[in-house]
Ligand binder design. Structure first.
Ligand code: F6R
Length: 236
C-alpha cells in the first residue's frame, strides 16, 4: 500500500482528477470504476473543467459505478445515476450506453460485464465511517461479488443528509462485491476531513479482516490511499 498525504482536500481532488485524466490520455478506451458520495465530487468538477478547457475526449471510456440504492427511481435526485449525471456525466462526452450501474436486471452479470470489457483499469473508492467500500458493510465476505446488500444503520444515518429524513433512506442497495473491486488493475481510495481520521487509523493499523472491509485493499498490488492532513491526523 502506498499512502499519499496532501495538505488540503483540494489537492486530494486534483490528484484524483489528474489520475483519471492521465489514464484516459494514455488509454482512450479506459474502463473506470466510479464512486459517488461527497469525497470524489470536487475531483469530478475538476475533470469537467479540464474537459472544457483542454478539449479532451472521453467517447471511448467505459464506466462501472460501484453501487446503486434499491427502491429509488432511476431519475430520482437520490439515485446514484442522477448523482453521476450531475457530478460528471453531463459535463463530459461518455456515451450513455457506456455508463453502467449495478441494477436488479444486470447484477448477476455485472462482474462478467466488467470482465468482458477487459476489467477495471482504475477504480476510485471512498470509505465509510465503518470501513465499508462500495456498500460492502462490515462482515461482507472478501469473496463477495455484485449483489444486494442490507445497509447498516450507521450508513443510512450518514446518508440521510441527502434525503428528507432517515425513514426515506433505502434499507438495501446493490453493490459491487469485494472480490469484484479487488480485480481492478489499480485502486485509489480517497479520504478527507477529520471525520475520517479514526477509520483511516484503524485501516492503517489493522490486520486483514472482514470486519474492516477496506483492510483487504492492503493486499492489492497497486493500491494507493490518498488523504488530506485531517484524515491522516492519527497515522504515523
Ligand atoms: C459510494 C460508495 C461509498 C462511499 C463512502 C464514503 O459510491 O461506494 O462507499 O464511498 O460511503 O462516502 P463519502 O464520500 O460521502 O464520505
Amino acid at each position: 500500500m502506498k499512502i499519499l498525504v496532501f495538505d488540503t482536500k483540494q489537492e486530494v481532488s486534483e490528484f484524483i482528477a489528474n489520475k483519471v485524466i492521465d489514464q484516459v490520455q494514455k488509454k482512450p478506451d479506459t474502463v473506470l470504476g466510479l464512486a459517488t458520495g461527497s469525497t470524489p465530487k470536487e475531483a469530478y468538477r475538476y475533470i469537467k473543467n479540464d474537459y472544457k478547457q483542454n478539449n479532451r475526449d472521453y467517447s471511448k471510456v467505459i464506466t462501472f459505478n460501484l453501487d446503486e440504492y434499491l427502491g429509488v427511481l432511476k431519475d430520482s435526485i437520490n439515485s446514484y445515476r442522477q448523482y453521476m449525471k450531475e457530478a460528471l456525466f453531463e459535463g463530459i462526452n461518455i456515451p450513455n450506453s457506456q455508463q453502467y450501474f449495478p441494477l436488479k436486471t444486470n447484477m448477476k452479470n455485472y462482474d462478467n460485464l466488467i470482465k468482458e470489457h477487459g476489467g477495471v483499469d482504475l477504480q476510485l473508492l471512498g470509505i465509510g465511517l465503518n470501513g465499508h467500500i462500495a456498500f460492502n458493510e462490515p462482515g461482507s465476505s472478501f469473496q463477495s461479488k455484485t449483489r444486494i446488500i442490507e445497509l447498516d444503520e450507521s450508513t443510512r444515518k450518514r446518508n440521510s443528509k441527502y434525503f428528507r429524513s432517515i425513514d426515506h433512506v433505502p434499507t438495501q442497495a446493490i453493490s459491487m462485491g469485494i472480490s469484484t473491486i479487488m480485480k481492478a488493475k489499480e485502486i485509489i481510495l480517497a479520504a478527507t476531513s477529520e471525520v475520517k481520521a479514526d477509520i483511516i487509523k484503524q485501516l492503517v493499523d489493522s490486520n486483514i479482516n472482514e470486519n474492516l472491509p477496506a483492510s483487504i485493499l492492503k493486499t492489492h498490488e497497486n493500491f494507493t490511499l490518498v488523504l488530506d492532513q485531517e484524515a491522516a491526523r492519527d497515522i504515523n
